[in-house]
Design a protein. Sequence first.
Length: 276
Amino acid sequence: MDWLSALILGIVQGASEYLPISSSGHLQIFREILGVHLPTDQSLQFDILVHAATVCSTIVILWPMFKKLCIGFFSMKRNEDSIYVWKVLLSCIPVGIVGVFFKKQVEAIFGEGLMVVGVCLCITAVLLAFAWLSGIDRRTHKPVAADKGRDITWLDAFIIGCAQAVAVLPGLSRSGTTIATGIMLGDKRDKVATFSFIMVILPILGEALLDLGKMLKPGVEQASGALDAGAMIIGFLSAFLVGCAACKWMIALVKKGKLVWFALYCLAMGAICIIW
């Protein structure tokens, strides 16, 4: 992989991990556009790297909250922060089960072709459109206040977690699916986006460990060596920096109820993938 391809793919991962447009789907699209077809072990190396970068960007942007949650949880006392962390852990159970026990079956059934990506992007568009309509005041035809609604309940956390598990399909946006689900459940918009980004930290790290184990497993196609160090650094930094900007921007957009534009984008991109 050359440095320019690493830069573009890093930017795509950093932006699409947070924006509701599907990171897995867009990485597949841009790999096809750029003609990047790496050996299995090098592809896994790059995926682990850019996903680690987006985890770092989440922690940096949400550091005050992340630090507060860690202190509250490890205090071993029942408090608002520890309850929040337990809800996050509950939300991770469905995707953990899918990732550990059914990931191979999902990949075998659906694959990674652009047709699957296109269909799932269209589904993402429908979910975002429903979420946008759910957040519109029928009398004023304007988005309701971001703090209107309820706090995320235990049941909400589990349902949002189930939505995250379904979003393992390439083209079905994880952030879009989880945020849209929370909004349609009636949760506060200013809470849903933050919960969505906090809850993904463990699944991303878990997936990275699974990929690492897959990479080290005997029988995996071995390339002549590791990716070029310069390409890896550029990929990591671009994913991290763009991820920081996208994370802040997405939280602000959800509060303003601006998801409809992403619905239109996903619908258009999904149609292009299907036609392609």
